[in-house]
Design a protein around this ligand. Structure first.
Ligand SMILES: *[C@@H]1O[C@H](CO)[C@@H](O)[C@H](O)[C@H]1NC(C)=O
Ligand SMILES: *[C@@H]1O[C@H](CO)[C@@H](O)[C@H](O)[C@H]1NC(C)=O
Ligand SMILES: *[C@@H]1O[C@H](CO)[C@@H](O)[C@H](O)[C@H]1NC(C)=O
Length: 726
């Protein structure tokens, strides 16, 4: 027998199936099946070309062959299948091999007939989900592959019958002869062809048997019992031979008993049942896989591209291949930094601002300056807009201009820039009216929020929040922005800007992660600060009715507003910088540029998805707009942020923590270089996109000036904020 004896036993499956995957390229589908094989404990070979596949198959003779049918330009899956089958036949003399073809979803409705004709037994619709692959393999193993093994076992049994010295005859339940073995032929003198298909009654009997013998045998068999005894058979030449005969009924389908050494091993009926029954099973298992998988938009995109590839000329198809490669990565929006060594400043900024940190826990817990958010008691005397002292009001006169000098306000107002500017701007936008909240509540709220900014931070204190609020209000007045946003978006933006850095500890996310701070632990090292700012802002607001500006809002409107605020605060997190900018460019800049200035602009501007993108971009630009401010302001901010980073590096050294941004060392840092890198890497593209949308020539002019200023200092090899006095 060509098969191991174990296969004849009831547990027909070998301990581990051997699978051949024929995939021209390694992709997620290919990997899905590899992983599934591993999980199912199947052995698996992968072939990339038909030649390699055939070579490998000749050598190992797999139980299951899965051929990629999605890209006809790499190889012809159907002819490959035919060739594999041919080899299989030569090796085994056995036609049926289990072949699965992996198809694209758009083929789902197409007929499987061409596939069946080339020898595939099953179509698997593209689904790279590993569990889907794994389920498919398991179902194949328990279903069709097991059936294949049973068939192979039958083949082995027939081989044994052929070789047996005993004469053996098999009939079906109607006593029609199905099979006689060569020993039967030679003993009885008949040729197979003369007997198969005849009823036994048509074959001459010997008169030497007792007249009632046949009746005895039949009744015995009908009861499902074996009969054994002496029987005189009549050879073809008329001679009678005495035989020791054993007749065994085989219980088959329907429990019917068979006559005279006949069996239910009816190959034809088994095969035909296999094709009907199993195709139904196939159908239902496909249906299951589909209902299990919710198709993500990216999957749809990939499928569309796949379909387009099919009918594209080679260069296009190859370009699309590269597209697919990129789409299949998870880091769609993280540019690869090519020149790490060359620019340590960029590298450090990216490392410091864009990573949450491989958290290395140390014993040094970072202690927050203000553990408990506090409400200011010393400011119990409410101020109203009318109460703003004239010299403070004066500093805010031109607050609607981009060149507004926030530092004048800072010095004039005893470190309450956010409260004063907030009162003025919120009133300009009618925020209290929108929220149906008394002005006194807004005042308390602004004071409560401002009190939770750390005035000891050199950068992230409430002056920065006021600055971002100012930029936000400025952007909200731009024509395009106004066309795109509704009042609830404006209110959300102003509130988000006000709270967006509340309780900032003056350290970066990566620092907090490295230090194993409570916040990093609370937020799983993910968007630690931004999550905290958003959460704390709502805690402060809703804890006390006195400052709950949302108190009178209708529930649904509150939820919408709250969601928008949270989304914007989280958007200020730098790890998603490129994602936000790229989405904005792709969904808004490009479609707008493609349109003539006509009515359809409105659709792009006001779709709910795009409004979210506009708001994110707006607060991001406001948050890091320092390099677009007039030179003197820009220099002041640059000094403050550098100082805050220096302080972090000092502390990292003191506490033996990893130094997140080594270039920000107060002894060696070149501030001009760090500004140049920051502008190059984060600012230029973002503001180009924002300017294309909102039209901000004055900002772009400042950006240009400031960049030249830093370049000039750097060319003179100066590290400081300003050139030394002449
Ligand atoms: C913010 O920090 C600067 C020092 O960099 C300081 O002069 C300013 O007063 C602070 N602002 C507030 C509101 O605390
Ligand atoms: C942090 O991770 C744990 C465990 O996965 C999870 O239960 C918890 O909700 C996560 N917390 C946050 C804030 O994501
Ligand atoms: C707007 O312009 C585009 C491009 O010229 C055109 O395809 C579209 O039909 C126009 N839409 C309207 C509403 O005029």
């Amino acid at each position: 027998s060509p098969l191991a004896p174990g296969l004849l036993a009831p547990g027909l499956l070998p301990p581990s199936l051997l699978v051949l995957l024929v995939f021209a390229k390694e992709d997620s589908q290919n990997n899905g099946f590899c992983w599934a094989c591993e999980k199912a404990n199947f052995r698996c070979n992968v072939a990339r070309t038909p030649e390699a596949a055939l070579e490998c198959f000749k050598e190992k003779h797999h139980d299951l062959v899965i051929i990629d049918h999605r890209h006809s330009r790499y190889f012809d899956a159907e002819s490959l299948c035919r060739e594999v089958l041919l080899i299989h036949f030569y090796l085994n003399g056995f036609v049926d091999l289990f072949g699965v073809c992996c198809c694209r979803p758009d083929r789902e409705e197409a007929s499987v007939m061409p596939l069946i004709k080339s020898g595939f037994n099953r179509r698997y619709v593209e689904n790279a989900n590993m569990m889907a692959c794994y389920n498919e393999l398991l179902q194949l193993e328990r279903g069709e592959v097991l059936a294949q093994f049973k068939l192979r076992a039958c083949n082995a049994i027939f081989t044994a019958l052929e070789q047996s010295q005993e004469a053996i005859e098999i009939t079906n339940e109607d006593q029609v002869i199905q099979y006689v073995n060569p020993a039967y032929e030679s003993i009885m003198g008949y040729q197979q062809g003369e007997l198969i298909g005849k009823e036994i009654t048509e074959v001459p009997k010997s008169e030497k048997n007792k007249p009632d013998l046949l009746e005895t045998i039949n009744s015995c068999i009908r009861k499902g019992k074996e009969w054994q005894g002496i029987y005189y058979a009549k050879k073809k030449n008329g001679d009678s031979v005495q035989q020791n005969v054993k007749i065994t009924p085989v219980i088959g389908q329907g429990g019917k008993h068979k006559d005279r050494r006949k069996g239910s091993l009816d190959v034809r009926s088994t095969t035909s049942r296999g094709s009907d029954g199993s195709s139904q099973r196939r159908h239902s298992s496909m249906a299951r896989i589909h209902s299990m998988t919710i198709e993500a938009p990216i999957t749809k995109v990939i499928n569309i591209i796949n379909a387009a590839q099919e009918s594209s000329p080679m260069p296009v198809a190859e370009a699309l291949d590269r597209v697919l490669e990129i789409l299949r990565t998870t880091e769609l929006y993280s540019p690869q930094l090519g020149t790490k060594e060359e620019d340590p400043h960029t590298n450090d900024l990216v490392g410091g601002l864009m990573t949450d940190g491989l958290r290395r826990l140390s014993g040094n817990e970072y202690i927050f300056a203000a553990k408990q958010p506090h409400l200011p008691s010393h400011l119990a005397m409410p101020l109203s807009l009318n109460d703003i002292p004239p010299h403070v009001a004066q500093t805010m006169e031109n607050e609607d201009s981009w060149d507004f000098d926030i530092f004048n306000l800072e010095t004039a107002c005893l470190k309450r820039p956010l409260t004063y500017l907030g009162l003025k701007i919120f009133s300009r936008f009618g925020v209290c009216e929108f929220l149906s909240c008394p002005e006194a509540t807004l005042r308390s709220w602004l004071q409560g929020i401002e009190a939770n900014y750390h005035s000891t931070n050199s950068y992230h204190n409430s002056s920065h929040a006021a600055d971002v609020l100012h930029a936000t209000a400025y952007f909200l007045c731009k024509e395009r922005v106004k066309q795109s946003l509704e009042q609830i978006d404006e209110v959300a933006a102003l509130i988000a800007a006000t709270v967006h850095d509340v309780d900032h500890p003056g350290r970066t996310n990566s620092f907090l992660c490295n230090a194993g701070s409570e916040l990093a632990i609370l937020y799983n090292d993910t968007a630690v600060l931004e999550s905290h700012h958003a959460a704390l802002a709502f805690q402060i607001t809703t804890r006390d009715d006195k400052c709950n500006i949302f108190r009178n809002m209708e529930r649904n409107e509150y939820r919408t507003l709250r969601q928008a605020i949270i989304d914007m605060v989280l958007a200020t997190e730098m790890t998603k910088h490129f994602e936000h900018v790229n989405k904005f460019v792709n969904s808004i800049n490009k479609p707008l540029a493609a349109l003539e200035e006509n009515g359809s602009v409105k659709g792009i501007l006001t779709s709910p998805d795009n409004r979210i993108l506009v708001k994110r971009m707006l607060i991001k630009c406001a948050d890091i707009s320092n390099p677009c401010r007039p030179l003197e302001l820009c220099i002041e901010w640059a000094g403050r942020i550098s100082e805050e980073y220096f302080a972090q590096t000092d502390e990292e050294k003191r506490q033996s923590l990893p130094v997140v941004m080594p270039v920000f060392d107060r002894n060696t840092c070149s501030i001009p270089k760090s500004q140049i890198s920051f502008i190059d890497y984060f600012i230029t593209d973002m503001f180009d996109a924002w300017d294309a949308f909102a039209d901000l020539p004055n900002l772009m002019q400042h950006l240009d000036n400031n960049f030249k200023y830093w370049k000039g200092l750097d060319e003179r090899k100066l590290h400081s904020l300003r050139p030394p006095p002449e």
